[in-house]
Design a protein around this ligand. Structure first.
Ligand SMILES: Cc1cc2nc3c(=O)[nH]c(=O)nc-3n(C[C@H](O)[C@H](O)[C@H](O)COP(=O)(O)O)c2cc1C
Length: 437
């Protein structure tokens, strides 16, 4: 059995002001230009990573709270990751590039055509992180936002339609026979007449068929409906879960079951568990960092409050840290799941300071309580996951070269020596590399 694991990088906070709020900003990289991302994409490829996923949200959220979102650049601005992808393909040869796309924002024909074009341009290295966020609905028409499960239903219809368009050229439709002067055979093209619940459109697609394979579909939803979507459609599932054996095994079993229920094989879905290592030089330094995290300073608490204010579209920075948090301050549209994640197990009398401090708390890689540890301890974690049958992991961060090198410089040689990280890529693009082991 191979020990090799797949590695992905999740460009959190999307195609936005990278380095803002950290000293890395002083490097004067221009986040609106491609060079910053190209430099790091080359490093990820050299490190043997399969794919780079670019987070996105097309909206700055509710009109009343835009300042909270942009003030510290937590919720925007964000440029369109689909348009960054060609620059990253041009800078690399093997790396898969996976912009996030929301079906609400693209008509199926436009989507099929643009993604087909990128798949050809990149020699089969495109992936699509399909998300179903409904908060941005008002930017794409007057219809009210769909409910949670209906948004997944629409995403499945959209993807089915996109795939029908990709498959609208039958075997032999592309002739390219110079001797007979025939480029294509229109009688072998399927008309595609889609009349569904959410979309109506005709084909066939005017882009030529793929040389190897369709773009890889990636999905991050963790609800029952989200896992069913992954089982039915995804080549890669991004998983948020505790990293103990029971949780990992249970999560994988749910995806595999969902795949089987939709007539697919468990091996069709590569599951990547999210990990966010904070790498340090020694176990003693890890202990120091973890101990210090129990007593966060005011600046750390303020940064957490700012980030939460952006995510929750509610200004926590103006509140008294030593008073209990009144849940009535959250408007109706704020996600209940996000409020629960903020508050955790604390009761109504808990001061805001304690709630925020819990978010500063770090744990050790070595005892499974968190992600602070040495490169060797990180490799131990990857090795444990591999022994439980895991497919791979997803590292989080911005794509600033400072972040990428801090994470990878020491860890890559150790993972290679232990046979956990690929030495080379196979030909055939992203899907071929995902299924190579
Ligand atoms: C690793 C990971 C990455 C995600 N990336 C995005 C993203 O880029 N854009 C987005 O709108 N939602 C993103 N999400 C959120 C999911 O798409 C989804 O909205 C959320 O998980 C709720 O769906 P669920 O109810 O099925 O879990 C991400 C979630 C995870 C775990």
């Amino acid at each position: 059995m191979t020990r090799l694991q797949h590695f992905g990088w999740f460009l959190a906070r999307g195609f936005g002001p990278h380095g803002w709020g950290t000293d890395a900003w002083e490097w004067n990289h221009r986040w609106t230009r491609p060079e910053l991302y190209q430099e790091s994409a080359r490093v990820l490829e050299q490190a043997g990573f399969d794919l780079l996923i670019i987070e996105d949200a097309p909206s700055l959220g509710s009109a009343d709270t835009i300042d909270l979102r942009v003030r510290h650049a937590f919720g925007g601005p964000k440029h369109d990751p689909l348009l960054l992808a060609p620059y990253l393909f041009a800078a690399t040869q093997h790396l898969g590039v996976v912009p996030t796309v929301n079906p609400a924002a693209y008509l199926p024909y436009t989507a099929a055509r643009q993604f087909a074009t990128l798949q050809h341009l990149s020699e089969d290295r495109l992936g699509l992180n399909v998300v179903t966020d409904t908060g941005s609905a008002r930017h794409f028409g007057a219809a009210p936002p769909l409910g949670h499960d209906a948004a997944y239903d629409r995403a499945e219809e959209w993807l089915g339609g996109v795939r029908d368009l990709w498959r609208s050229w039958d075997e032999g439709a592309l002739v390219e026979d110079v001797a007979s002067g025939r480029y294509a055979d229109g009688t072998r093209m399927r008309p595609v007449a889609h009349r569904g619940e959410y979309f109506a459109f005709d084909g066939p697609l005017n882009a030529v068929p793929f040389e190897h394979d369709e773009p890889a579909i990636v999905s991050p939803g963790g609800s029952g409906r989200g896992l069913a979507f992954a089982g039915a459609n995804s080549d890669v599932q991004l998983a948020l879960s505790p990293l103990d054996e029971a949780s990992i095994t249970a999560y994988r079993a749910r995806i595999h079951q969902a795949a089987l229920e939709r007539g697919r094989s468990p091996e069709d879905v590569t599951i990547l568990f999210a990990v966010q290592p904070v790498l340090v030089d020694s176990p003693e330094e890890a202990d120091r960092l973890v101990a210090a995290s129990r007593h966060p300073d005011e600046e750390t608490l303020r940064t957490i409050a700012r980030r939460q204010s952006s995510d929750l579209e509610t200004d926590l920075t103006a509140l008294d840290l030593d008073a209990p948090l009144d849940l009535a301050i959250f408007a109706d549209h704020v996600s209940h799941g996000s409020i629960r994640r903020l508050v955790g197990d604390h009761d109504a009398a808990t001061p805001l300071r304690t709630i925020l401090a819990a978010h500063a708390r770090a744990g050790r890689l070595s005892d499974g309580s968190g992600f602070v540890g040495t490169a060797d301890e990180f490799a131990d974690l990857i090795e444990r996951l591999a022994a439980w049958g895991n497919d791979g992991v997803l590292l989080w961060g911005d794509l600033h070269p400072v972040t990428v090198h801090r994470m990878l410089d020491r860890v890559v040689p150790i993972l290679r020596r232990r046979g956990l990280l690929r030495e080379e890529f196979v030909s055939g693009g992203l899907k071929a590399n995902l299924s190579a082991f």
